[in-house]
Design a protein around this ligand. Structure first.
Ligand code: HEC
Ligand code: HEC
Ligand code: HEC
Ligand code: HEC
Ligand code: HEC
Ligand code: HEC
Length: 400
């Protein structure tokens, strides 16, 4: 009888382990992340989650269409089609937004559209001010995903529970058997002996090890997928240079400082001499007074009182934020001049950033996604060909 029950227990154990694994693998389901990537590649040109851009704000839009999910998916896939068909809701939206058409996304699969919807539904605003220093808590960082910790914690918890359960079940069984055979009461010492027996049981150890190894594997794979990606990376810079103040408030053109973007592979960080074009005169700032601008003077060896260069220059060591690995080739001029892309498409709203951070993950999937969807422009006019049609997915174009 007890032998039989023990094999029942083993069944339970296997089923529990299987259940556990299936819930765990649900955590690795990439649809929110996929949705986020697709959203950034396809929708941010016209939509923000909060606030109106070309199209309406999308926060809460999935909730707005609760019960009409199918319609929403159709709309995202082919809004112009729906409008052309005379679909009532579509036409009303179109009228409401001054007949500015949303483009069709027939190139996205239904699964991809569901991912985008998942992303929009589950999106939450980032807490401002707590964004990352040195990459910690970066959006692309799996270690920042609390799901992983809950999953691992849950795993350990459940393993302990299984062990306890086994001890209790066997103890009860043995007590029953002994009572039947008229033997003495089951004691605590017996429970411990039993427990040791079960925890030392080869089958139990094998199952536990497998579960832990599989969990570790899932974890590693998930992490490896984003190795080298530093989305959200926002290091502190040697001078508190604000893009919000320069490119935002004072409307200085990005290309005035990043001159490489129009003619070279790299964008280039301006030398401090460029800063001096203005800061020879502007000696004080609204936020830091003379303190931060003094660092520019120190770097070029300028004495603002004597109004002359008096010391040896010392270059400012800006911390590099964006970095594509050496085995991949990326060229700014090709994208900015030939491709006619805005800096913001790839770098986000830099003109609002006090401190620049990495907006896109810069991974291969990101490059490829845009190449699949972005139409090539000739003399500023959009053609019907995507970058992919022109060979933009060939490995050799990006890898030497
Ligand atoms: C070319 C600009 C453009 C792009 C790109 C774009 N949209 Fe739109 N979107 C609009 C406009 C404009 C509207 C308002 C309706 C209209 O005028 O057709 C709209 C409306 C919507 C609506 C309905 C909003 C509401 O309040 O009912 C949803 C949902 C939506 N878009 C989702 C998306 C998603 C998801 C993507 C990316 C896959 C996307 N849009 C890409 C321009 C765009
Ligand atoms: C007045 C000069 C100036 C202007 C104008 C300017 N930048 Fe910058 N930019 C800098 C300097 C200096 C740095 C290095 C310090 C830093 O990261 O803040 C920098 C850094 C950056 C970086 C991060 C570089 C890295 O290390 O990876 C990006 C991206 C960037 N700028 C984009 C832009 C965009 C987009 C605009 C226009 C909206 C712009 N910049 C306007 C001076 C400027
Ligand atoms: C085209 C003109 C121009 C250039 C070039 C320029 N700045 Fe400025 N900078 C300004 C203006 C305008 C202000 C704001 C002054 C004010 O509002 O009182 C400012 C303010 C500042 C401040 C003070 C911020 C504060 O809030 O106290 C710092 C620091 C600064 N700039 C650093 C730089 C650095 C570093 C460079 C070179 C990479 C640079 N600037 C290039 C125009 C310029
Ligand atoms: C198609 C996407 C894309 C566009 C558009 C784009 N960048 Fe970049 N940018 C990148 C990538 C990718 C990197 C990393 C490059 C590397 O590591 O070689 C980068 C790096 C940078 C850097 C870091 C320093 C350097 O020399 O590479 C600066 C500064 C920068 N970009 C500014 C700009 C500005 C300003 C514009 C608009 C005039 C712009 N970028 C447009 C993708 C883009
Ligand atoms: C936001 C859209 C976008 C992103 C993101 C993007 N690209 Fe591109 N890319 C383009 C466009 C548009 C062109 C076409 C320019 C032209 O007409 O030649 C292009 C062209 C290229 C080409 C030349 C291809 C050819 O057929 O000649 C290379 C190489 C390239 N991109 C590499 C990259 C790499 C590497 C990344 C990621 C680090 C990247 N791109 C990210 C839009 C993008
Ligand atoms: C549009 C540009 C582009 C194209 C086309 C492209 N790659 Fe990549 N690839 C990249 C970039 C950028 C990275 C670096 C991503 C990172 O930071 O990890 C990369 C990384 C890789 C890596 C390193 C692993 C990784 O994910 O980081 C391998 C392997 C690779 N690519 C293989 C290929 C193969 C095979 C093809 C052709 C089927 C291809 N790539 C086409 C841009 C491209």
């Amino acid at each position: 009888m007890s032998r039989n029950s023990l094999s029942n227990i083993r069944y339970t154990l296997v089923i529990l382990a299987a259940l556990l694994l299936s819930t765990f693998s649900a955590y690795a389901e990439p649809s929110y992340e996929e949705g986020e990537q697709l959203f950034k590649a396809n929708c941010t040109a016209c939509h923000k989650m909060q606030g109106k851009l070309v199209g309406p704000q999308l926060e809460g839009v999935v909730q707005k269409y609760a019960g009409e999910e199918e319609w929403l998916a159709k709309w995202i896939k082919n809004a112009p089609g729906l409008i052309a068909q005379g679909d009532e809701k579509a036409v009303a939206l179109y009228e409401q937004y001054n007949k500015q058409q949303m483009q069709a996304f027939t190139n996205l699969s239904d699964d991809q559209i569901q991912s985008v919807i998942t992303y929009i539904r589950d999106w939450e605003p980032e807490e401002t001010g707590t964004v990352v220093v040195n990459g910690e808590g970066a959006t692309g960082d799996p270690l920042a995903d609390p799901g992983i910790y809950y999953a691992l914690l849950g795993l350990v918890g459940i393993l302990v529970l299984i062990a306890l359960l086994l001890v209790i079940i066997t103890a009860t069984l043995v007590t029953a058997v002994r009572a039947k055979e008229g033997q003495e009461e089951f004691t605590f010492g017996d429970v411990m002996t039993r427990a040791r027996g079960i925890l030392g049981n080869k089958f139990f150890i094998a199952t536990a090890t497998t579960v832990i190894m599989l969990a570790g594997l899932a974890f590693t794979v998930r992490e490896a997928r984003t190795v080298g990606l530093h989305q959200g990376y926002m290091p502190e810079q040697p001078i508190k240079f604000s893009h919000a103040l320069h490119a935002g408030t004072n409307q200085i053109d990005c290309k005035y400082c990043h001159t490489g973007t129009t003619k070279s592979k790299s964008a280039w960080i301006p030398s401090v001499n460029v800063c001096m074009n203005c800061h020879m005169q502007i000696q004080e700032g609204p936020q830091y007074g003379k303190e931060e601008i003094a660092k520019i003077y120190a770097a070029v060896g300028w004495d603002p009182d004597e109004f002359a260069y008096v010391n040896d220059p010392q270059p400012v060591e800006w911390v590099r934020i964006h970095n594509v690995p050496d085995h991949a080739y990326f060229n700014h001029a090709q994208h900015v001049v030939v491709g006619n892309l805005e800096c913001q498409t790839c770098h986000g709203p830099v003109e609002t950033m006090e401190v620049v951070y990495q907006y896109s993950d810069l991974g291969m999937g990101w490059c490829i996604n845009c190449h699949r969807n972005e139409k090539v422009k000739v003399l500023g006019e959009e053609t019907e060909y995507t970058v992919a049609d022109m060979g933009g997915l060939n490995c050799a174009r990006c890898h030497y």
